[in-house]
Design a protein around this ligand. Structure first.
Ligand code: GDP
Ligand code: MG
Length: 439
């Protein structure tokens, strides 16, 4: 999805004048991109209609940068499509807050129950009780108990001979006694939606009167996920969706359609199998990511969490203006190291996914001290102007840093790649010397 859209955006971004036929052409591309990404047909139709109306309207045609303006409209409408503002998780006035996790087998209910408990404790300082109410799938209870142990959190179960309705009832009593402020009920799934399952879920719902019913769906199933969401919502009523396995989803079709079809928000996304791989869903950021503008906000947040604010601002500034020398490289190496693997950071940068040979940019953490030594052995001129580097300079640097000429060469190559990449990022915005600007 991202690739196709990016090409189209590249074409229109720098345009000083946009005609109606430009917009039409762009909309045709956007439409194809969405359909290819397995976005619901009706959703695509409505979306294109909305964007087209706005794009040929006053706000765009009269603007000084219509190309940018069209992109802004697409981004805003993508954001609206996914629910606009980010939605919050319910808190009951009379604790415990009860959350029912529902969905088909293998969607990720049990895993997500564990992740959500972890998030509730970490981010909101809550104290949840996990409830094993899937008595059908072999080892389902054990699976939740194992997660509970890993998290060091209580798991309520009565084995697989007691009905899920009874389990839910007793679990809530227990939570009140033990002052657990959240109760997360992990229910059974089926391979397909059937009447028996729905009946059971309805009874649990009636009895426990949940504050949230989260439908867990596998994003990789695309349109199917949307259909599943639609029927669960119709038959049971849900309050939100958790979209799992987004780490493996390259198309993003489910993320884009679910909200429009069900009118229920995506609350969280699963980004991996680990217990900390659950993130709040940010429609705006998802839209940026889809448009290939990179998730600048996440990047900067990540920087701020790990690096002091001044440095983060500086880093951002450097990225924007592309005034980047070996001295900055050295300085940021240390900062960047605190933020995690470099290649992961690069993934979040605008346009970085388009650069070939990204692999070359991976820096072995163990080599960092060598890199630092090499840079420190350079003269001021060499740092600012690495083009002057010749064989004898390289030899001198290698000797001075206790490394080899090969290592010096490798670093020079890495630095050049990085600069190239930044140039490409700035090149995305023709006619603006100031570099990348986040809309
Ligand atoms: P349930 O049947 O709905 O309870 O599904 P499970 O919680 O047992 O999950 C099924 C499989 O999906 C497990 O192997 C999980 O590790 C995996 N899984 C769940 N969420 C994610 C996710 O966000 N990303 C990835 N990569 N795997 C996930
Ligand atoms: Mg399960």
């Amino acid at each position: 999805l991202a690739d196709r859209l990016q090409n189209t955006i590249q074409k229109i971004r720098g345009k000083g004048k946009v005609s109606e036929s430009d917009v039409k052409e762009m909309m045709r591309e956007v439409r194809l991109a969405l359909l290819e990404a397995d976005v619901n047909f009706k959703v695509v139709k409505d979306f294109i209609k909305k964007v087209s109306e706005r794009a040929v309207g006053q706000e765009v045609m009269k603007s000084l940068t219509p190309g940018q303006q069209v992109i802004k409209v697409v981004k805003e409408e993508l954001t609206n499509l996914m629910g606009g503002e980010q939605s919050q998780i319910a808190v009951s006035k009379r604790p415990p807050t009860i959350i029912m996790m529902v969905g088909l087998q293998g969607a990720g209910k049990t895993t997500t129950t564990g992740k959500l408990a972890n998030l509730l404790r970490k981010k909101y300082n809550r104290n949840p009780l996990l409830v094993a109410a899937d008595i059908y799938r072999p080892a389902a209870i054990k699976q939740l108990e194992t997660l509970g142990k890993q998290l060091n959190m209580p798991v309520f179960s009565l084995g697989d001979q007691v009905s899920p309705i009874e389990i839910a009832k007793q679990a809530i009593e227990k939570a009140k006694e033990d002052h657990n402020d959240y109760v997360l009920i992990d229910t059974a799934g089926r391979l397909h939606i059937d009447g028996e399952l729905m009946q059971e879920l309805k009874e649990i719902k009636e009895l426990s009167n949940p504050d949230e019913i989260f439908l867990v769906v596998d994003s990789m199933t695309g349109q199917d996920a949307v259909n599943v969401a639609d029927s669960f919502n119709e038959q049971l009523g849900i309050t939100g969706v958790v979209l799992t396995k987004l780490d493996g989803d390259t198309r993003g079709g489910a993320a884009l359609s679910i909200r429009a079809v069900t009118e229920k928000p995506i609350k969280f996304v699963g980004m991996g199998e680990k217990l900390d791989a659950l993130e709040a869903f940010h429609p705006e950021r998802m839209a940026s990511r889809i448009l290939g503008m990179g998730d600048m906000l996440s990047l900067i947040e990540k920087a701020q969490a790990n690096v002091d604010e001044e440095k983060a601002k500086e880093l951002e500034q450097k990225l924007r203006t592309m005034n980047f020398t070996f001295d900055d490289f050295l300085d940021q190496l240390g900062q960047v190291r605190k933020m995690g693997p470099l290649d992961e950071l690069l993934k979040m940068m605008p346009g970085a996914n388009k650069i070939k040979g990204m692999g070359n940019l991976q820096i072995d953490e163990k080599q960092i001290s060598h890199v630092e030594a090499i840079i420190q052995s350079m003269t001021k001129q060499e740092k600012i102007n690495p083009e002057i580097m010749n064989a004898s300079r390289k030899k001198r640097i290698a000797k001075g840093s206790g490394t080899s000429v090969q290592e010096v060469n490798r670093l020079l190559k890495q630095f050049e790649d990085m600069k190239k990449m930044m140039k490409q990022m700035t090149g995305m915005q023709k006619g603006k010397r100031k570099g990348f600007k986040f809309p």
